[in-house]
Ligand binder design. Sequence first.
Ligand code: WT7
Length: 657
Amino acid sequence: MTQSPGQGQALDNLLTESRTFPPSDEFAAQANAQPALYEEAKADREAFWAKQAERLHWDTKWTQVLDWSDAPFAKWFVGGKLNVAYNCVDRHVESGHGDQVAIHWEGEPGDSRAITYGELQREVSKAANALTSLGIGAEDRVAIYMPMIPEAIFAMLACARVGAMHSVVFGGFSAEALRTRIEDSACRLVITTDGQYRRGTPAPLKPAVDEAVAGAPSVEKVIVVKRTDTEVAWMDKDVWWHELVDSQSDQHTPEAFDAEHPLFILYTSGTTGKPKGILHTSGGYLTQASYTQHHVFDLKPDTDVYWCTADIGWVTGHSYIVYGPLSNRVTQVVYEGTPNTPHEGRHWEIVQKYGVSIYYTAPTLIRTFMKWGAEIPAKFDLSSLRVLGSVGEPINPEAWIWYRENVGGGKAPIVDTWWQTETGAIMISPLPGVVSTKPGSAQRPLPGIGAKVVNDEGVEVPHGGGGYLVLDEPWPSMLRGIWGDEERYRETYWSRFAEQGFYFAGDGAKYDDDGDIWLLGRVDDVMNVSGHRISTTEVESALVSHPTVAEAAVVGASDATTGQGIVAFVILRGGAGSDAGGADAIKRLRDHVAKEIGPIAKPRQIMVVPELPKTRSGKIMRRLLRDVAENRAVGDVTTLADSSVMDLISAGLQSGK
Ligand code: WT7
């Protein structure tokens, strides 16, 4: 196990940060969360979660809150039955809120659409009927590969409604990445669009689906939403959304499914080249998504306008655009495009237009806003904002303060929320109105959640100490496994601290003197680029699949905007030709990685080297390459098989080769 890059440096920054921001009396008085929540959860954790589950409508009530007898496979709300989509849509219509706007959708080119809960119910019902007409039902897998348009949300909810599992694949992933994900879980259906708007221009999306489906025989049909009206090749399996879905009845009776009925699979990068299909189920997942949405964001369904800037291709989009907000009957903004189209004030213009009161985004975007300048948000009326959220990576105190001052008007509480695809919902975060916030710290586990920082032996470290983040109690929205790979599930999360029965999160963390938790980044070979998880091995395999590359090693180097940037070291093949290390060839390699995985995995920098530093057992010492990538003096080389390798690399780079 290697240490996270820049961990020492991050520690230094964090240790000098001691400001705290208590909530105003006014905010505290109206807050959903009250200090007693911590006590209540501590007194009886299961009773606490049972009470949270009551937030939902259950067709059949559970008989047991938690069955952990088959650990690490949890069963929550045993015997309970519910329909997830009914909980997110129909019950709000039935309680008289059919005319409330569920989604203010803002298209990138400036088109917009307001969708009420009543309309959402009709759209989801039509889509559910369409799925049934194709023979898609309980436990079938449906791949969704779409931009941020309303149909993507309709599609997810329609799957939930008929008990099919969605597997959303981020629209920025390549055809090959899509194909492997479709294949891994044998999806029967793909839902996509003709194209997507990106930075003002329509870009084709369907060709990637055509390519993926050609190599994925499990797919029987492809539903295509017309979004950009670009010409597309038409395949035998294709059917237009507007022809299939729009002709369906808008009435659909939801069926109740078991609390442990699978809801979705979402792929995330692990330490090997093969992504893991993280499996989530229904009752526990929705309970925690709903509870955290309400308390962490202090959500008031009658007055708030909420906006989470994530993409539904990531877990944040699942839990905090679809299931958390809608189960709470919020009015939310969904934006299709990039933050600087057509100008760098687009987000603030949207906040002003809809009176957004809760805004949830990622540190990488906050740092980008900082770079663009404080004068941009200053041009807009942001006074409606009252809670700000951050997720995806540690937020540096400087960005935190900038966010509070320039977006939050110097008073909106910031919730720094730590969680993962695997945890399904927020685990560590201050509760606004209760906890005095600290720039850079996610602070403490939510009521009902158990998290600790432990040393190598699994012993909790004292205040002021650092180690590994573990979760020491099962939680309702925990993953129920890795699709088709029980062994990998046990190995990845439960073997490191098997004796103690802790879930190993893969993050380094420390306690400050008050016992608050500070996250310090990954401790494995997983990079975090703009809040996206990418494994070093995945990028390495993409590089070596290029005919000019003999060997590759990839590291995440700290980056002022994206958190980490991907830096690759490659050894070229003997016959690669004399220009194989030239600028054009390097560009071709970067493009090759984008084609293999997706543009988010494009290395920031590729360095051609004569050798790679390896231990005697042949393991690449990424720590040393990180030193090079971050322009530091190279650390201890005594465990290298050949200690002169680093000199060779440095000499080659200095001579500009
Ligand atoms: C990894 C999980 C959770 C949705 C987005 C990412 C890092 C996430 C924080 C935070 C410090 C954070 C961790 C974690 N991370 N939130 N608030 N502070 N680090 O989901 O792709 O599953 O990645 O993101 O390293 O393990 P993901």
